[in-house]
Design a protein around this ligand. Structure first.
Ligand code: CA2
Length: 160
């Protein structure tokens, strides 16, 4: 790779926000709309992309039901990106492995939950992700993802 290609690739990564979704969120909009709303994950992706591009950022958007896949995505963006928005789904409440991966990150992390987890069952009140997160969104519905992307854009613009 030439120096120019390396610089272009590096610049692209610094402008990229990763939005990461955990288990069962592929079913968004198809089940439990009273809790999670009617939008699908594709709708959320489109709204996040519009928001990212409005701020000159590029969006990487992924969902997996597998813990190891989520960890691999965190590793890919842990350094040099504009930040990570993560809704780890139920792994939020169980996964020390995801916490360990997030603790290796040099970029800001916004934890995002569609529902207000603090109004729900007690087992949803504890979050391993929160131990590594820069900021936490909960209860804003799917609009929380858009606000989280906007916050990462704000942090990036505020950097010296
Ligand atoms: O409120 C959130 O965003 C959650 O992270 C969603 C997780 C839940 O385990 C967390 O406690 C809170 C569950 C995701 C289940 O996803 C579905 C979405 C729509 C329909 C069915 C499942």
């Amino acid at each position: 790779m030439t120096d120019t290609e390396t610089a272009t690739e590096t610049n692209l990564k610094t402008r990229t926000v990763l939005v990461l979704n955990g288990p069962n969120l592929n079913l968004l909009g198809q089940r439990q709309p009273e809790i999670y709303g009617a939008e699908t994950l594709s709708d959320v992706e489109a709204r996040c992309r519009t928001e990212a591009e409005a701020h000159g950022l590029t969006l990487a958007f992924h969902q997996s039901n597998a813990e190891h896949a989520l960890i691999d995505w965190i590793h890919a963006y842990r350094v040099g990106s504009a930040g990570i928005v993560i809704n780890a789904g139920a792994y939020t409440h169980t996964s020390i492995a995801i916490l360990d991966a997030l603790n290796t990150c040099e970029v800001p992390i916004v934890e995002c939950h569609i529902s207000n987890v603090h109004r729900r069952e007690a087992f949803r009140h504890h979050s391993y992700v929160s131990l590594a997160a820069t900021a936490v969104m909960a209860g804003f519905g799917t609009h929380g993802y858009v606000l989280a992307v906007r916050h990462l854009a704000h942090l990036r613009d505020a950097r010296p």
